[in-house]
Write a protein of this length. Structure first.
Length: 406
């Protein structure tokens, strides 16, 4: 009886997918073979495939090997895992019409283009909720940075997700290529990373930027703070600890003046959605330790989404995280969010020093918020001023600024 119910649910789910996600009645090329099949993959085909931001470290490895020694693994019994690289074909262009490439240029997508992306889960209230599917059948491109996943829900205001046809997982002689195999940084157990950080002779001021939601101004707030600290002559490094893989924020921090920039994709993850608290702490402490290792004066790290999102909410209330943080900024869009967010962060014992973000573009909303929070509300772009930035984090402006090549 249970098997019959499960089969009925599966059939209903597939019909809904066909109706709402434009999936095909026929199996994809990657799913059609019964069992598991290994097929050759020519260097020319790999060279021509459009490589996503999430595949940038893999691209470097392929170039070192002259794109030789790879093959595809496909078939009905192949189950992709988070971070696995897939060669896929564009079937129907929807929400994402461009693919962010290894250098963050957004390349136009056309039907039948072959792309290299990584399987991953996504949580984005303004776009998609999606998960890694259990097979290589038709699925979706759920993030421009190069994330493949099955859409569960979408925001009403956006188009249906771009549909892709998985052709197979990319493998070498050691097995499936995964983001964690080509990562530039290692995720260490958080206690080990914490001990490394605490052992540093010079420890930076560690600043975290939280927000009320997606698109509340977190990245701009963090970028402007980085710029202000750099303008003050400080050595500042920056990172993005959680979210979905994309290069926009990392590029913003570099342009703002950060000396070293990393995000969670550098640690081998396409996204951080569904990672348990200890796993998030592993990422966060490993990233903080890596960014502090070169003697930085300040480290600025953005945490994605809102403070009520699962992983972020758990992190905010975690005492180990609280012991790491020196300063916290909160970005939001309205007075109610400012009041609620400030209260939540302060009740958790975090050292909130300022509110900024989207609300500061509206003087009336800013005035409302000033009546309900106990910390300064700083216009986002004022953080670019050296005196404002150092005042926020309690540093001093250096008398001379070393000029380096841009």
């Amino acid at each position: 009886m249970t098997a019959t119910v499960f089969e009925l649910q599966r059939k209903i789910g597939f019909e809904l997918e066909k109706a709402h996600r434009h999936l095909s009645e026929l199996p994809s090329e990657g799913h059609a073979y019964k069992g598991v099949e290994e097929v050759p993959l020519s260097p020319r085909r790999l060279r021509r495939a459009k490589k996503s931001y999430n595949a940038r470290h893999f691209r470097n490895e392929m170039r070192e090997r002259n794109y030789e020694g790879y093959h595809l693994r496909r078939g009905s019994e192949v189950e992709p895992q988070v971070g696995d690289f897939v060669l896929a074909r564009i079937v129907e262009i929807g929400q994402h019409k461009r693919l962010e490439s290894y250098n963050s240029r957004r390349r136009h997508l056309f039907s039948d283009d072959e792309i290299i992306v990584a399987y991953g889960d996504r949580y984005a209230p303004d776009q998609f909720l999606s998960e890694v599917p259990r097979n290589l059948n038709y699925t979706n491109l759920v993030a421009a940075g190069g994330v493949a996943g099955r859409v569960i829900e979408k925001h009403e205001a956006i188009n249906p997700a771009t549909v892709i046809e998985p052709l197979g997982l990319i493998c070498d002689e050691h097995g499936v290529m995964n983001m964690n195999r080509v990562a530039s940084h290692e995720i260490k157990p958080w206690r080990e990373a914490r001990d490394e950080f605490n052992a540093l002779e010079k420890k930076p001021t560690v600043v975290f930027v939280f927000g009320s939601s997606m698109n509340s101004g977190k990245s701009t707030t963090a970028g402007c703070l980085v710029n202000g600290l750099a303008n003050a002559g400080l050595h500042v490094n920056a990172g993005k600890a959680t979210g979905t893989g994309a290069g926009n924020d990392a590029g913003l921090y570099r342009d703002a003046g950060a000396d070293v920039v990393v995000d969670f994709t550098d640690f081998g993850l396409p996204s951080t959605f569904k990672i348990p608290l200890d796993g998030v702490k592993d990422i966060l402490f490993s990233m903080t330790s890596a960014l502090a290792a070169d003697g930085a004066d300040a480290v600025v790290i953005e945490v994605a989404d809102g403070v009520y999102q699962g992983e972020t909410a758990a992190l905010v209330s975690d005492p180990d995280f609280g012991a790491l943080v020196d300063k916290v900024l909160f970005a939001c869009g309205e007075a109610l969010s400012a009041a609620a967010g400030a209260t939540l962060l302060e009740d958790a014992g975090l050292p909130l020093v300022a509110v900024s973000g989207k609300l500061t573009s509206a003087p009336l909303i800013t005035a409302e918020a000033r009546n309900v929070v106990n910390v300064p509300i700083i216009p986002t772009y004022d953080l670019c001023f050296a005196d404002v930035a150092v005042g926020v984090i309690g540093k001093k402006i250096r008398s001379s600024v070393e000029i380096v090549d841009a």
